[in-house]
Design a protein around this ligand. Structure first.
Ligand code: FAD
Ligand code: MLT
Ligand code: ZN
Length: 455
């Protein structure tokens, strides 16, 4: 007898877009970090929203769970199967509309990458307002599903702020598609509910993206500093001065810089190494360099490396953006993406180091992140992928410092067990009720966000 689910999926999308063989499924079954993997029943590649609805109907009819997948750059294990699910790849939803310059919006299919949205926007004199290291692979659908942050969130907000509306397919096959209006408050905003829902409430098929002005004059400055306390103080000193131009303020430590230098074979960007580096970037229509230089001088900074042409800026950003790749090359990391109030960031980083040494002696922490957002990436090399002790210790500490267990990567399967650290029981109950209302059979991304072991 044939496999009825596979036959139904083939009827929905065409047999050529149902990948059932081991070798064709393989790249969809392991996440970017290599920590999370599972066998998929099949990978399906629909071409449009109607085919997505048909796939969901087939899966529901055969009791199969579905894991939506975009660029598979997610960091919390929720884009790959845990075992036996159908992977629903949105990679073929690649329509990218012309920019509506009057509305400053562009319509993009779920499978369009961030770099493609950026290029389309820039060609029309506008910009995407979001940037991150995975720009060439991360998709519009994945970015919206995770409410991604990135390096410009301090100026433009997270992806949530960029979304004028989403098109999506609900678990029961309903296609949600509101008119492309900035103002539309006729009823609940289902788009808002789906942003950050990590594939657990609906499958996003497209996004109406809100664009920002294109600011072509840019300057970056790498500031070497003695401590994270100095980094926080620097940000407090310059932010009011650069309120209309500062769009990035990231940080990394000397241990991370060394990893990147070793991995890329690059010379150090500074003559005298220091424990902490802050990477600032300003963007404006007019050259923001004099304002940045003056603000740094007034803050007592004499030895920043300033880059005002694009090749030099890219070189400086490589030291920061190269962290993810250099860490992955050194092993399978435990990636903990937390947020803490900026004032407590130095304390959090010091205590995280102590906690990691306590629960996993010999483990190697690499700490970096988005200073302007209080967003700390604690990466830990050494412990087994299945050993959760460092994860738990760092997430508990973030919560104890008045922070969140997930700033920008999402909860996924990696942190589902600890969501109650930062969300009270009443809120968890409301979330579970929404999940049940939209996905009563639990078809969409089971095990992500909601703790599967909770009663
Ligand atoms: P996937 O990884 O495929 O999926 C992520 C989640 O979204 C999963 O839960 C999946 O089920 C769900 N999903 C995907 N598509 C859909 C859809 N169409 N409908 C419903 N659910 C869907 N993240 C940041 O926030 N900031 C950063 O600075 C950043 N930098 C990164 C740098 C590197 C080098 C890498 C590898 C990753 C980085 N990330 C960052 C993480 C990642 O790129 C983002 O989470 C991104 O939004 C994921 O997009 P994706 O298309 O790859 O989604
Ligand atoms: C980053 O800021 O580089 C990313 O969020 C990716 C990571 O945490 O590795
Ligand atoms: Zn990040």
């Amino acid at each position: 007898v044939g496999d009825q689910l596979l036959e139904a999926l083939a009827a929905a999308v065409g047999a050529g877009h149902v990948l059932a063989d081991d070798d064709r499924r393989a790249r969809f079954e392991v996440d970017w970090t290599g920590r999370f993997r599972g066998r998929a029943r099949a990978v399906v590649r629909p071409a449009d929203a109607a085919e997505v609805a048909a796939v969901l109907a087939a899966c529901r009819a055969h009791g199969a769970a579905v894991v939506p997948q975009g660029g598979n750059t997610g960091m919390v294990g929720a884009s790959v199967p845990r075992g036996g699910e159908v992977v629903l790849s949105l990679a073929r939803l690649r329509d990218l509309g012309a920019v509506d310059t009057a509305a400053a919006q562009v319509q993009a299919g779920a499978g369009v990458t961030l770099a493609e949205v950026q290029a389309q926007a820039r060609a029309a004199g506008l910009d995407a307002g979001v940037d991150l290291g995975s720009r060439d692979s991360a998709t519009v659908g994945g970015l919206a599903a995770t409410d991604a942050g990135g390096t410009h969130a301090m100026r433009y907000g997270t992806v949530r702020a960029r979304v004028a509306g989403v098109q999506a397919v609900l678990a029961d096959g309903t296609i949600v598609d509101r008119p492309p209006l900035l103002k539309d408050n006729a009823g609940f905003d289902l788009s808002a509910l789906l942003i950050g829902s990590e594939g657990t409430l609906a499958v996003i098929t497209g996004v109406r993206w809100r664009l920002v002005p294109l600011l072509t004059s840019r300057v970056a400055a790498l500031v070497p500093l003695p401590s994270l306390e100095d980094a926080a103080a620097l940000l407090a000193a310059i932010r009011p001065r650069l309120a209309t131009t500062l769009h990035a303020a990231d940080f990394f430590l000397d241990e991370g810089l060394q990893l990147v230098l070793d991995h890329d074979g690059l010379p150090a960007p500074v003559r005298t190494r220091t424990p902490v580096y802050v990477l600032l970037e300003c963007a404006d229509r007019h050259d923001p360099t004099p304002d940045l230089a003056e603000a740094l001088e007034d803050a007592g900074i004499a030895d920043a490396v300033v880059a005002d042409d694009s090749a030099e800026r890219r070189r400086l950003w490589r030291f920061r953006e190269g962290h993810a790749e250099a860490i992955a090359a050194a092993g399978i990391p435990h990636k903990l993406d937390v947020g803490v109030p900026l004032a407590r960031l130095p304390e959090f980083a010091a205590r995280a180091r102590d906690e990691i040494a306590r629960v996993a002696p010999g483990a190697r922490p690499v700490i970096f992140g988005h200073l302007g957002d209080g967003n700390v990436h604690v990466n830990v090399l050494g412990p087994d992928p299945d050993d959760d002790a460092v994860d738990e210790a760092v997430l508990r500490l973030a919560a104890a410092c008045g922070g969140t267990i997930s700033a920008e990567h999402g909860v996924g399967v990696a942190k589902a067990r600890w969501l109650s650290l930062t969300r009270p029981p009443g809120e968890l109950r409301a979330m579970a009720q929404i999940k049940r209302a939209l996905d009563p059979d639990g078809t969409l991304n089971p095990g992500a966000v909601f703790d599967p072991t909770a009663g």
